[in-house]
Design a protein around this ligand. Sequence first.
Ligand code: NAD
Length: 298
Amino acid sequence: MIIGFIGLGAMGKPMAHNLIKANFQLNVFDVNEKAVEELVLLGAEKCSSPQEIAKKCELVITMLPNAKIVESVMLGDGGMLAGIKAGQIIVDMSSVAPHTTKKMAQFVEKKGAKYIDAPVSGGVSGATAGTLTIMVGGHQETVAKARPVLDKLGRIQHIGEVGAGDAVKIVNNLLLGANMAAVAEALVLGVKAGLKPETMYNIIKSSSGRSYALEAKMPNFILKGEFAPGFAVDLQYKDLELAVETGKNLGVPMPVTNSAQQVYEMARAKGLGREDISAIIKVWEDLLNVQVRGDVIE
Ligand code: NAD
């Protein structure tokens, strides 16, 4: 099967590489030439636009930062829509709102092609290892056709119709964002109260306050003081915005999510938007003149 891949960033690059390793013929596009050249060296073929990708490929994966970019890659000048033909499958793996996905699906289906949403969880490490959780929305038959490709990227969970994958992804990332904000606030409180960061980690990781945010981000990022993405603050902010927006549309009060989003807003105002989400701890560290650093003891 000839595959297209658009969006070769922190996630897309290792995912595309896994498809090359699985012997798929891969065509790639990104506005970042350097990312394209890296994939070409690994065996991919370079395309000059999303339209060219759509013309050449039977299945196209997009892994893009946000809905605005997904829409421009689909509908803009040189966009995929102009190249799409009947029988093709477009798989959007970006984290966007269900209404964006449903709108894109309508455009694609008018051309006789199929659209599925397949956002992921598992971060750059999961993308590299091919162990992502893939939350899929789409018709059974289309999902079955895409399965041999998606299987190489992780574990497929077919949630429901188009948009259902995005909905569950929003719920998951609301929890990640709010948990990370709580971890950062709590650890700084602990240091101010005289606790050693390592002591907090060792106790909490086997106590009721533990979370993925603590276990994934404290030893590898916060304690080391290394905040290279990872999962960028800007992307988490966007995901919390998707949750807030969805809450507004459905009349669901979301005080915790709104507060958590403000923490990421503060981090962005400090210029931390491209750093990993664990970097939000620097907002409190700088404010209170403390640091949560230490040795990683496993
Ligand atoms: P990223 O910013 O590292 O990569 C995005 C890529 O898209 C970049 O290479 C960029 O050049 C490219 N791009 C931007 N505009 C483009 C355009 N018009 N045409 C073609 N390419 C374009 O982002 P990422 O971390 O890889 O995340 C991608 C998606 O996956 C996001 O929706 C994010 O929310 C989601 N996600 C990320 C993680 C993570 O840990 N990073 C985890 C799960 C889900």
